[in-house]
Design a protein around this ligand. Structure first.
Ligand code: ZN
Ligand code: ZN
Length: 167
């Protein structure tokens, strides 16, 4: 009987694959995604609407079948929602994560421009390793820089964790 209840619960959980149940819900370290997935999440965030798998495959010049596989992996994390025949959008948790990804990129690239790199050089250099930098490190650098609002490739937004004052 117990086993049966557990099975039903497991099925329910998979149907209700809402962000509440995803590993990203409360705490994330920033090390969860591969470099490609980071770029896809940032791309979906920038589109401000529903994105098709074909949009992603043409943007990144990747085979559509590969994108389909990656999209279903991302759906399983709870960061995106894929509605068949309509498109892909970020979940609330996905938006929070995407904002972190963008802030991480812009904070680290800002630091590199203080050490001799041009804005373009900094952007390119950072995109090669940003996925390995934890949220804790980004928040510390962000705080030590005084939570800058302008990065070399766009505005920087700060979440409540980074700026407890909440501005
Ligand atoms: Zn950049
Ligand atoms: Zn900050």
């Amino acid at each position: 009987m117990v086993c049966y209840t557990q099975k039903i619960w497991a099925i329910l959980k998979s149907y209700l694959s809402i962000s509440r149940l995803s590993p990203f819900m409360n705490e994330f370290t920033g090390l969860e995604l591969s470099p490609k997935k980071i770029e896809y999440i940032k791309y979906i965030q920038e589109q401000k609407g529903l994105v098709k798998t074909t949009d992603i495959s043409s943007q990144f010049k990747v085979d559509p079948s590969t994108i389909t596989k990656t999209v279903s992996e991302l759906s399983a994390t709870g960061l995106i929602q894929h509605m068949p025949y309509r498109g892909i959008s970020l979940t609330e948790q996905g938006r929070i994560y995407a904002e972190f990804l963008i802030r991480r990129h812009r904070i680290i690239s800002l630091v590199l421009t203080h050490y001799g790199l041009s804005p373009d050089e900094a952007c390119i250099a950072v995109s090669r390793f940003e996925g390995r930098v934890t949220r804790e490190v980004v928040d510390k650098i962000c705080t030590s820089l005084g939570h800058p609002t302008m990065g070399v490739c766009g505005k920087i937004q700060h979440d409540k964790c980074c700026c407890p004052a909440g501005d």
